[in-house]
Design a protein around this ligand. Structure first.
Ligand code: HEC
Length: 139
């Protein structure tokens, strides 16, 4: 009996049983439906500065593309969420609730072609902090 393999299998089974939170932004951490709701909210709250296509404009940086992804690479999805929650929209910071910021973040992740999954992005700070933000493979 190979104990190392047995241990790994046990750990994997335990992770499944505990329904462990996904570890990375590449693991399908939001739903398409949530991103769709985020899109209309984005148009109302964010597009005036960050552009209709998230391309940025003036002082407002793009929220899509390599520059954006590299800004957050190595941080957590929680870091990005809290940044939005506390400082955006820049002309009225903090007026959106966590459900709304989760929708907006789902839309931003979808626009950056991170894969969607079955469940909505959570709003819980502790859970969000466990999800690494990383650039697409090969970048
Ligand atoms: C009044 C203009 C304005 C509005 C409206 C606005 N932003 Fe911003 N946003 C900025 C500026 C300027 C920055 C750069 C300074 C900063 O990071 O605080 C920024 C930065 C950001 C960043 C960090 C980008 C990076 O690469 O680090 C995110 C994420 C963001 N905004 C999301 C949003 C979302 C989501 C909304 C809509 C709820 C929004 N913003 C609305 C002006 C705006």
């Amino acid at each position: 009996m190979n104990y190392r393999i047995a241990w790994l299998a046990g750990a994997a089974a335990l992770a499944l049983v505990q329904g462990q939170a996904p570890a990375s932004v590449r693991d399908g951490i939001y739903s398409v439906e949530q991103a769709r709701r985020g899109e209309s909210l984005y148009r109302q709250e964010c597009a005036s500065c960050h552009g209709e296509k998230l391309e940025g404009g003036g002082q407002a940086p793009p929220l899509t593309g390599d520059e954006f992804v590299m800004d957050w690479n190595g941080m957590t999805v929680g870091d990005l969420f809290e940044k939005m929650q506390t400082s955006m929209p820049a002309d009225k910071p903090g007026h959106l609730d966590r459900e709304q910021n989760a929708m907006l973040l789902a839309y931003i992740l979808n626009s950056n072609k991170f894969p969607s999954g079955n469940a909505d992005l959570p709003v819980d700070a502790g859970q969000l902090r466990l999800i690494r933000f990383e650039s697409a493979p090969g970048k």
